[in-house]
Design a protein around this ligand. Structure first.
Ligand code: ADP
Ligand code: ADP
Length: 208
């Protein structure tokens, strides 16, 4: 299955991807995670990305498109992939489309997790993750177990200020990919305003 997860920052894309890969056994490809790895490695690309990410801006299309195309050409993606956080702009969606057409394959579904703006800042500022496993928690909605309480970390861009900037970018740059995929008949909408397990159940029925 070739699948895209789309939705505002904090919609629950990473949380749901972690639950879905058990069933679907396809690589979970998060461009946010790939970019954070590049930042950590201190590569030239990582240094550029760091500046954009901290400010809540998007990393340039060229960089991200190149990174994803290289990744989905790998052998583990032959049977499919779950893209999380890509495409985030119309040019990214078009570049992916061209790439898949050239490879003679098609997307199966674009899962759109909808969450109202007023819930986003709380979700983002309370987000914490386990630096070892990458597991995602939330101080209020999904608190880390006691033994991890001192270990979990907060992302540098999970401040209220950067979150508001990201939300604006989401509406101006990312939301326009929805009509693009609607034209292709690929969108499945899921209401993400419920407990995580309920959202997973909704996704499963949307995919059935
Ligand atoms: P969120 O969990 O808030 O949706 P991500 O982890 O997906 O955020 O992305 C974090 C940041 O990485 C984004 O704010 C952006 O700066 C950068 N980024 C991730 N994916 C892309 C992309 N497809 N295009 C441009 N920038 C991206
Ligand atoms: P995204 O990848 O879309 O940015 P995440 O999966 O990282 O979103 O979730 C953002 C934050 O919201 C995390 O702290 C996560 O624990 C929390 N979260 C995810 N799904 C839900 C939900 N259904 N209800 C409440 N909080 C949630």
């Amino acid at each position: 299955m070739r699948m895209i997860l789309v939705g505002p920052p904090g919609a629950g894309k990473g949380t749901q991807a972690a639950k879905l890969i058990d069933t679907h056994k396809i690589p979970h490809i998060s461009t946010g995670d790939m970019l954070r790895a590049a930042v950590k490695e201190g590569t030239e690309m990582g240094k550029q990305a760091d500046i954009a990410m901290k400010a809540g801006n998007l990393v340039s299309d060229d960089v991200v498109i190149g990174m994803v195309i290289e990744r989905i050409a790998k052998e583990d993606c032959t049977e499919g992939f779950m893209l999380d956080g890509f495409p985030r702009t119309r040019p990214q969606a078009e570049a992916l489309d061209t790439e898949l057409t050239n490879a003679g394959v098609k997307l199966d579904v674009v899962l759109f997790i909808e969450v109202p703006d007023e819930l986003i800042v709380d979700r983002i500022t309370g987000r914490r993750s386990d630096p070892e496993t990458g597991a995602i928690y939330h101080l209020k909605f999904n608190p880390p177990p006691a033994e991890l309480a001192d270990k979990v970390v907060q992302r540098k861009d999970d401040t209220e200020e950067a979150c508001i900037a990201r939300l604006k970018k989401y509406h101006s740059e990312t939301a326009p990919i929805i009509p693009f995929y609607e034209e292709h008949g690929l969108i499945r909408r899921v209401d993400g305003n419920a407990a995580p397990d309920e959202v997973t159940a909704r996704i499963k029925s949307a995919l059935a």
